[in-house]
Structure formats: C-alpha cells, structure tokens
Design a protein around this ligand. Structure first.
Ligand code: SAM
Length: 285
C-alpha cells in the first residue's frame, strides 16, 4: 500500500472513520522522499533496531522496518490500531505499543523488547506540541541509544542546532549539547503533510555522546543555573541567577569574575565551559 498517495490515505482513513486530531499533532507525511531519508540518515540498517514515536498510519514505521531488524513504536492514539494492523500487516518485525510516550519508561521498554540490539536509533516525526519535553526525556533518561533523528518545527530545529553562545541559543540548546552533538539534516516544507500545518519543518539528528562531553560536578545545579539564566534571556544573568539560587548579588558577582564572566553578560553569550565553571564555583567544588 502506497502510504504517501493522497487518495490511498484518504480512502484508508474514511474506511476506518478516522478524523485527524489537531491536539495530538496529527500531520501525516505524504511526501514520498522524506521517510526513506529519515530512516537512512537516522542510522537504520541491518543489525540495528529502531524506536519510533508517533506512528500515524505507519508511513515512517514501514521505512524503518524495511531497513532495521526490529522496530518498536509508541503511539498514543488507539483509533489507529485497525489502520496500522492493515498498513503494517506484512512487516512482522514491527511492534506498536499504544501509550503516551511521556509516561512510558523507555529504558524498561528497551530492556524488555530490544535487549539483544547493540545499536538502537530513535527516529520520528514528532508531534509538535510536545517537541521539547520528548527530546528532553530522550536525552535525560540516558537511554542506550546511538542517535535521535526527528522532524520538528523549523524554528525548533534552529534553536536545537544553534551553537551555545549564539543569539539563537536557549536552555534546550545547552541541554542538547550537553548530552549529544546535534546537526540539521534537511528542511521539509509544510506542503509535505496532510493536513498541511502552517509552519515549515526540519529534520535534525542528535548523536548521543557515549562519554560525558563536559566535566560537571553537580548536574542538577548545572541545569538549574541554565534554566534560570535563560528565563530572562535578554537580561544580564546576575539578577535572575541571584533570585533563582538565593545567592547574594555581591557574592555572585565575585563568582562570575572568578569564572572570567562579565557581570553584564547575558545567557546567550555564555559557552558550555562558562556554565560548567559557574556550576563548579557555586557548588563550591
Ligand atoms: N509518523 C507519522 C507520519 O510521519 O506521518 C505521524 C506523525 S504525527 C506528526 C505525530 C504522531 O504522534 C501522531 O500519530 C500522534 O497520534 C502521535 N502522538 C501524539 N502525542 C503522542 C504521545 N504523547 N505519545 C505517543 N504518540 C503521540
């Protein structure tokens, strides 16, 4: 079945009485070149396994199944069950778990279903309403995976792949760079989806670091500092940091100076090393 053919898709959905849920971010891919590229550039090949988040009607699932030995997908919408039973009938290396990915223990899922695979890749066309929480979950849970390749809104892709210390950077940029090495792979126009969203998209890949890239003594404190600094991103960091950490401004000014950071600096001007040094000084290590 050609899952990027508009007429085939319309027929399939009508037959199953399926209507798109805007609140679940259901924009299905109908551009035939996109899913094969995500699967290939995402690392899928013989001997590997893939995890997908949000199957829709299985257009990407099928491409992952064609290349990987096993695919496990997490999809929240049980109305897609009969549709997927039909579209993935011939791909017996796929397994769909109907659940909310944000409430799923992915480490347990990997242990249970993908234990024998040394190389696991996450590939997805993410629902836009939960892009950041999903990416943060995938990174923070330290899953035994090689890379995450996801389609996100173009603006989100720009922020995720921006260099730390640039105007486009945000707290999520620091987090992504802490756990991985991100890169923008390619852009996808809004016309590639059904229904068509009113924004363009881009596919990014984050290669997970096997060893910590930065020496951070207290990870929790590190991310508290990053979040506080970016909360008022155009403001000098002294005030928001002093408020969030409960440290007197004079003491904080001294710490900033010891780290070689100007008291007038804004979060977007700080490097990963600056944030790490700040964390070490504040924690007293
Ligand atoms: N992969 C398909 C494609 O490319 O056409 C569908 C992508 S669509 C942008 C996002 C999918 O994620 C939808 O199928 C939606 O039902 C599912 N989804 C939304 N929220 C979810 C959640 N919290 N957990 C798992 N799946 C979710």
């Amino acid at each position: 079945m050609e899952l990027t053919n508009i007429n085939t898709v319309k027929e399939l959905l009508t037959k199953n009485g399926f209507t798109f849920s805007k609140s679940l971010g259901q924009n299905f891919l109908i551009n035939p070149s996109v899913c094969p590229r995500i699967a290939e550039m995402g690392g899928c090949r013989k001997g590997t396994a893939a995890i997908e988040i949000g199957t829709g009607i299985g257009v990407l699932t099928k491409e992952l199944a064609l290349r990987c030995d096993k695919v496990v997908a997490v999809e929240i919408d049980e109305r897609l069950k009969p549709i997927l039973a039909e579209t993935l009938a011939e791909y017996d290396n796929t397994e769909i778990v109907f659940a909310d990915v944000l409430k799923t223990d992915l480490n347990a899922l990997i242990k249970e279903k993908l234990r024998e695979y040394k190389e696991i890749y996450i590939c997805a066309n993410l629902p836009y309403y939960i892009t950041s929480p999903v990416i943060m979950k995938l990174l923070e849970e330290r899953l035994p995976i090689k890379a995450i390749t996801v389609m996100v809104q173009k603006e989100a892709a720009d922020r995720l792949c921006a260099g730390v210390g640039t105007r486009e950077s945000g707290a999520v940029t620091v987090a992504v760079n802490y756990y991985s090495t991100p890169q923008l792979l390619f852009k996808v126009s809004r016309g590639s989806f059904m229904p068509s969203p009113n924004v363009d998209s881009a596919v990014i890949r984050m290669d997970i670091s096997s060893e910590p890239k930065y020496n951070v003594s207290d990870e929790k404190l590190f991310f508290r500092i990053v979040r506080a600094a970016f909360e008022q991103r155009r403001k000098q960091i002294l005030n928001p940091l002093s408020g969030a950490l409960g440290t007197e401004k004079s003491k904080l000014s001294k710490i900033l100076a010891e780290c070689g950071i100007k008291p007038t600096a804004r979060a977007e001007e700080l490097s990963m090393e600056d944030f790490a040094a700040l964390c070490d000084r504040i924690s007293g290590k």
